[in-house]
Design a binder for this molecule. Sequence first.
Ligand code: UDP
Length: 459
Amino acid sequence: MENKQFKGHVIVLPYPSQGHINPLLQFAKRLASKGVKATLATTRYTVGSICAPRIGVEAISDGFDEGGFSQAGNVEFYLKSFREQGSRTLSRLINKFKHTATPVTCVVYDSFLPWALDVAKQQGIYGASFFTNSASVCSIFSRIHHGRLSLPLTPETTPLMLPGLPPLNFRDLPTFLRFPDSYPAYLAMKLSQFSNLNQADWVFDNTFEDLEGKEAKGVSELWQAKMIGPMVPSAYLDERIKGDRGYGSSLWKPLSEECMEWLETKASQSVVYISFGSMVSLTEEEMEEIAGGLKESDLHYLWIVRESEQKKLPGWFLDLNKDKGMVVTWCNQLEMLSHPAVGCFVTHCGWNSTLEGLSLGVPMIGVPKWADQLTDAKFVEEVWEIGVRAKEDGGGVVRKKELIKCFKEVMEGERSKEIKRNANKWKELAKKAISEGGGSDECINDFVQHLIDIVKPIN
Ligand code: UDP
């Protein structure tokens, strides 16, 4: 079958963390649903977490095959090793398919891994960069890379006024820019995304025209991406990919069944779902405040606390009435968010979680902690108006009183009605973007057509 209708073969290469594997894997599934052969290439440490029908899965190496990033223990060391070992093993993978009926046509690589473009070019094939952040965040970092915006950004030099973006206060800026010395290796990586981008044959971003068209246009002289999002499983949007209810990757064991059973016993929109994603680590003090807020608000809650974080939960909280709430280590977040019992999403505003809340129409309370989450939270509250951002005290901690205020704003009263109306509006627009004829769908079709045009001469 592949021989007869070969529309091209794309290797999709994510940065190996949950928030990057998910959207790239989803993109691979989209391409496969349009007849392109798609192979996800990920590190040996994460390859076992992938379970997605209709796409191929292959391992490459980051040099830490037994423990991935944790085994490296240091960002700089890890990234350097990934660049070296990743280039070598990706090249080998492309070679493996060279004299088969399905040679690789293009590498779609996570923008965090610009060396993959060099590999693709050395191999004489096409390369496409895939940005997993918002267009607004990309706009800021690309300006810095191109010398149009200088660091450091300080409270005195803000609000930052950039074309297409709302005024950004100091508290809205990505932490790598607020405190450039905090994670220098991550900052360097964020800037390196643009280092060879002018050689990429395509640039994609996990966003959509209605959501960030203005923001993307504002930076189009420096960064031009095709908006192909939201990369959320099809069952929650256009339903065109049969059985596509999850991303198909889980780095931790999801305990979704018991959560769903528990949610079934709860009234419509009565439960607060809380998750800080796959990387954020809260302090004991922050945990105590969230626990206190949940107890005093007397709301039902489903709180995802990863295994490694559980020891920070206050003892008194774990003894609370089990009917009131559940704490689990991991779940299929989309299944929870799409459950009618969930009325509010307390989120760190990672870009995937933000897109998921938006696509599923769930009002949000943003509690951003680091990286780009602060900028995403600004848009949730002030631009799309689908939630609120909890205010931190002088020490950067969201206190229980503030959380309770946010719960009231998002779940009760006049403001909550407006937020729900907006959330429904954005849910529909997200669905439209990826459905047949939508802006994102058209961009993906264009890409597929290019791939077909490329392979035609060899057929
Ligand atoms: N997620 C999940 N189960 C959980 C918590 C999170 O499946 O219990 C998924 C979530 O759906 C999202 C990803 O993990 O797709 C987290 O990505 P995000 O960009 O929101 O945050 P990050 O983890 O990169 O900080």
